[in-house]
Design a protein around this ligand. Structure first.
Ligand code: ADP
Ligand code: ZN
Length: 519
């Protein structure tokens, strides 16, 4: 048995490492740098806590969250580990004491806030103390591309310059490809070994279907599959959580609303009930979930599409913590895209920030529209590549059929163009289908060459075509013009006939119910 395994067992009381904890720990013990991507709850802390105990000197852990520092330090002290923290909650006398311990080599781990670490005085202290390693927790905070940017983190590249011989380990739970590259660049971690692991939740079955009547679809899903289970239903707006919760109560379910607008005592009460009671459904905004550890949540349903793949992963991840089968079920439609675009456009923040958000939203849309395995796509978003389809998501269980939508797409793009890029999807479909409605005549659109060229597809099929063209970036929803569809640069190839496009055949209600019965 090596030192690391012995410490795992004697100090922390666990039998074995969860791969790749052991490899990460070896790397750091031997003095190498590491970049660790692991989901929340994956076991990142041990990856630096054990090397801290094996290597000589004190491990310095940079963490942006004061509450988390305090929790970790008290947990470690209970295990007999000599841990302390330095942050703004200490008075000068207490801080001095910690600094003395550090100098004397009486500390195994020191947690410290980034703004304090980068003060010249602190750096000087560290240079005189024995240091085992630097751990940079929540490393995505260094990314301006990310959502938790902390300017203090940018300074952390100086660790490499001032302490070139001390190993560094950077850890995060959320990092898409771009964020990851930014972490590596900004923290000078080019030579670090990368460890990406543990994002798969094999017992969760992912399903994303088209929204036609969200409440009825939800009801059917609950009745057929979760009549007596606890679960979470996520909605975008506070009002909707209340609507849906009360409606579910009328249908005989034990449902509660939850959002940040409820007063604190009510929230605490509902949360406690959710944890304690069985067969209870929480209808919530994203305000619900952080730190909720209920192992037997059997389903997470989304009535609105989350803004990012990270959010989707986090929220669906609250299902099936006990390892038993659980469902992540979602309905989505073009309206979700429009609503999210609207929120994005109305939000504050720089153009760059909005572009980043748009990019994230597109990735989420991609996951909805994908015709291959959802789990493969989800995992590859987090950098975890797997060779084979999972067999436990809707696209695996009921392979999506595609059709050659080139002709239809060209008609759709052309009607957008000919009507001046000023109309929403309903009107565009009317024109294509040759409607003789009032608005069509009002704008003389019955005179257009594209009027009535789309009688071969029905309303829903056309909506599906438009939705997929938006999702794939051929069309853009212009919120300044009340949801008008506009052409994007990339539709040229299609319009010129240089490109072929395969579209997803949307699963109809009938085949959707066949799917749930057969599995
Ligand atoms: P993260 O920081 O990645 O969110 P933590 O380090 O807090 O995750 O670990 C999550 C939980 O898993 C903790 O309760 C921790 O004690 C436990 N854990 C971590 N590694 C192991 C292991 N090898 N064996 C058993 N439990 C582990
Ligand atoms: Zn799959």
């Amino acid at each position: 048995m090596n030192d690391a395994t012995q410490i795992l067992q004697t100090v922390f009381g666990y039998d074995t490492f969860r791969p790749p904890q052991d490899e990460i720990i070896d790397t750091v013990i031997q003095g190498g740098d590491a970049l660790v991507l692991m989901p929340t709850g994956g076991g990142k802390s041990l990856c630096y806590q054990i090397p801290a105990l094996v290597r000589d000197g004190c491990a310095v852990v940079i963490s942006p969250l004061i509450a988390l520092m305090q929790d970790q330090v008290s947990a470690l002290r209970q295990l007999g580990v000599r841990a302390s923290f330095l942050n703004s909650t200490l008075d000068p006398g207490q801080a001095m004491q910690v600094e003395d311990d550090l100098q004397r080599g009486d500390l195994d781990l020191l947690y410290i806030a980034p703004e304090r670490l980068t003060q010249e005085r602190m750096l000087g202290l560290l240079e005189r103390a024995p240091i085992a390693l630097f751990a940079i927790d929540e490393a995505h905070c260094v990314s301006q591309w990310g959502h938790d940017f902390r300017a203090d983190y940018l300074q952390l590249s100086l660790l490499h310059q001032r302490f070139p011989d001390i190993p560094r380990i950077a850890l995060t739970a959320t990092a898409d490809e771009r964020t990851r590259e930014e972490i590596i660049r900004r923290l000078d971690l080019e030579a670090a070994r990368r460890f990406i692991a543990g994002f798969d939740r094999p017992n969760i079955r992912y399903r994303i279907t088209l929204k036609h009547n969200a409440k009825q679809q939800l009801l059917r899903f609950l009745k057929e599959e979760h009549a007596h289970d606890a679960g979470i239903v996520y909605c975008l707006s506070r009002k909707k959580t209340e609507d849906v919760a009360f409606w579910l109560q009328e249908q005989g379910f034990k449902a509660l609303p939850y959002h940040a607008g409820l007063d604190a005592s009510m929230r605490a009460d509902y949360q406690a009930r959710f944890l304690r009671e069985e067969e209870i459904i929480m209808v919530a905004t994203v305000a619900f979930g952080m730190g909720i550890d209920k192992p037997d949540v059997r389903f997470v349903a989304h009535l609105d599409m989350p803004k990012t793949v990270e959010a989707y992963y986090q929220e669906t991840g609250r299902a099936g913590r006990d390892g038993a089968p659980a469902n992540a079920w979602m309905v989505y439609g073009l309206q979700d895209v429009i609503k999210l675009r609207q929120m994005l456009d109305g939000s504050e923040g720089s153009e760059e920030h909005k572009r980043a958000e748009q990019h994230r939203l597109n990735a989420m849309l991609g996951l909805c529209e994908i015709t291959s395995c959802r789990r493969q796509s989800l995992l590859s978003y987090f950098g975890e590549d797997r060779d084979t389809p999972c067999g436990n998501c809707d696209t695996c269980l009921e392979p999506v059929t595609t059709w050659d939508g080139t002709e239809a797409a060209r008609k759709a793009l052309s009607v957008v163009y000919r009507t001046g890029q000023r109309f929403g999807v309903n009107h565009l479909v009317d024109v294509l289908r040759g409607s003789e409605g009032e608005r069509v005549y009002q704008y003389d659109h019955h005179q257009l060459a594209t009027w009535g060229v789309g009688k071969d597809l029905d309303n829903n099929q056309w909506r599906s075509v438009f939705r997929q063209l938006v999702a794939r970036g051929y069309l853009r929803v212009d919120m300044d013009r009340f949801g008008a569809l506009c052409l994007e640069e990339r539709c040229r190839g299609l319009l010129r006939g240089e490109e072929v496009i395969h579209l997803r055949k949307d699963v109809t209600r009938k085949s959707a119910s066949r799917q749930t019965r057969s599995t």
